[in-house]
Design a protein. Structure first.
Lengths: 178, 113
């Protein structure tokens, strides 16, 4: 079907670089790797610009490829036996203004301990504000699986946060006091 | 000891999981990588245009050659037609002259008698 939308690569980079980078960083926990993934995703986008029909299609495509590339990177790292989640904890490589609040960092650390499917569902739900149906389409997973991953992931994360309640509340108070 | 309600927890998650700004150099590096890929792309584009022009030239030559051959055949056909008409006219003239000669010869014989 013919479409009138004329994609502008630079404009798409400006608009979605933060989204792609954040997805990759939260999925891998490695800032450098997330930057590499983001570059690969956009270069892939450049090759596929002609196939995209609208800005919404481009956004959906970028989310899907970013998640898929991040999962691939995690699998490769797992094979090599490396521990990925070291950098968000330390804020490694991030400038001060780019770092989130202590509360955000704490929750991201806890997120990093969740299994990958739970993490993917939670990141798309709470970073991108997607519905379970949209998450299922993005991850090409059955809706029931996504709903289950969301529920389990949320419960698990909440349980972990509860077990760290004192520290969590202290951090939260600090954050609200800022 | 229970934690805060789930709704509050979800709100905290939304705040904690806001998009992070991309590294300042990401776009620059990306555009450099993209430019580095341009020569290959330009080369492919050049070959595509070259083949396209070559195909267009061959098609044009074929059309012009066909038109010239058709025009040549048409002219030859017209020439043959004209030659046939001339020969027919000559045959008719020859026949008329023969008839006239025969009539004159008959007239001469009648006059001598």
């Amino acid at each position: 079907m013919a479409h009138d939308w004329q994609p502008d690569f630079e404009q798409l980079v400006d608009e979605y670089q933060s989204m792609v980078f954040s997805l990759a960083w939260r999925m891998t926990g490695d800032r450098g790797l997330a930057e590499e993934i983001a570059q690969d995703v956009f270069l892939e986008l450049d090759k596929n610009l002609g196939k995209l029909e609208s800005a919404a299609h481009a956004c959906f495509w970028l989310r899907r490829v970013a998640m898929s590339r991040s999962a691939d990177a995690l699998r490769r790292r797992k094979v090599r036996g490396m521990d990925l989640w070291v950098e968000i904890d330390e804020g490694h490589g991030a400038k001060a203004e780019e770092r989130t609040s202590p509360l955000g960092n704490r929750l991201e650390q806890l997120l990093s301990t969740l299994p990958e499917p739970h993490r993917a569902a939670l990141v798309l739900r709470y970073q991108e504000d997607l519905t379970p149906e949209e998450i299922a389409a993005t991850l090409a997973s059955p809706l029931a699986t996504v709903k289950s991953n969301l529920q389990r992931g949320l419960k698990l994360l909440r349980a972990k946060a509860s077990s760290h309640l004192r520290e969590y509340m202290r951090v939260k108070e600090q954050a609200s006091g800022l | 000891m229970d934690f805060e309600p789930m709704e509050d927890f979800e709100r905290d998650l939304r705040q904690a999981f806001e998009r992070r700004p991309a590294p300042p150099g990401l776009k620059r590096k990306l555009m450099e990588k993209r430019r580095a890929k341009w020569p290959q792309r330009a080369n492919r584009h050049f070959h595509f245009v070259l083949w396209q022009r070559l195909a267009a030239s061959v098609a044009l030559v074929a059309v012009l050659g066909g038109a010239a051959a058709w025009r040549n055949a048409e002219e030859r056909h017209k020439g043959e037609e004209a030659r046939r008409q001339v020969l027919t006219a000559l045959r008719i003239t020859g026949h008329a002259l023969n008839q006239m000669n025969a009539q004159l010869a008959a007239h001469d014989r009648a006059a001598q008698e």
